[in-house]
Design a protein around this ligand. Structure first.
Ligand code: 5GP
Length: 195
């Protein structure tokens, strides 16, 4: 158990830039494994199955829920998302750190499991936008969502911001490079921590 990897959980409202931050982080930290989530959401034009997500039908997703194949799963903005259990457990057991990019409901479930000692170390980082107005700009720039989806995402974001204090760390994503530097500093400190 001593050499088990650490589970890094990055969440924050949709559109805050988690994907961009993780991409930049992983360029410098290639020893961190990224857990690809499963979702019932339809792929966006730039997304690839097995790279961005495992794109599943609702029936396929439900089957995996029944088989207890997810560490956590949640309904987010009307679609299902879940973290496949086997990949995360095998990678942590092999001593490698794993990063999850999941919503707040999922992070709460993972935290409960960490507290029950299912995973040895969980590092919970909340990525926050500089303001809700800036978040709305970023979601609009992404241009992938309809107006109704956009409103749903903004309503959810307002609720999600209230959960930030449940996390170990809050990083404001004003400038991506600075946010990445802060996350690196958190990871370095956590790796040096005396267990
Ligand atoms: P998007 O549809 O924009 O890719 O993601 C929508 C939201 O779902 C984001 O907040 C993202 O972090 C979250 N999400 C992605 N994968 C998972 C997952 O495996 N579990 C949970 N709970 N949320 C996820």
């Amino acid at each position: 158990m001593e050499n088990r990897g650490k589970l890094i959980v990055l969440s924050g409202p949709s559109g805050v830039g988690k994907g961009t931050v993780i991409e930049a982080l992983m360029e410098d930290y290639q020893d961190i494994a990224y857990s690809i989530s499963a979702t019932t959401r339809k792929p966006r034009s730039s997304e690839k199955d097995g790279v961005d997500y495992f794109f599943l039908s609702e029936a396929e997703f439900q089957q995996l829920v029944e088989e207890d194949e997810f560490i956590e799963w949640a309904q987010v903005h009307g679609n299902y998302y879940g973290t496949p259990k086997s990949y995360v457990e095998e990678t942590l057991n092999a001593g490698q750190d794993v990063i999850l990019e999941i919503d707040i409901q999922g992070a709460v479930q993972v935290k409960e499991k960490c507290e029950q000692n299912v995973c040895v170390e969980g590092i919970f980082i909340f990525l926050a936008p500089p303001s809700l107005a800036e978040l709305e700009n970023r979601i609009r720039e992404r241009d992938a969502d309809s107006e109704a989806e956009m409103e749903l995402r903004m309503d959810n974001a307002t609720q999600e911001m209230k959960m930030a204090e449940e996390y170990d760390y809050i990083v404001v994503n004003d400038q991506v490079e600075q946010a990445v530097e802060k996350i690196k500093a958190i990871i370095i400190a956590e790796r040096c921590k005396v267990d």
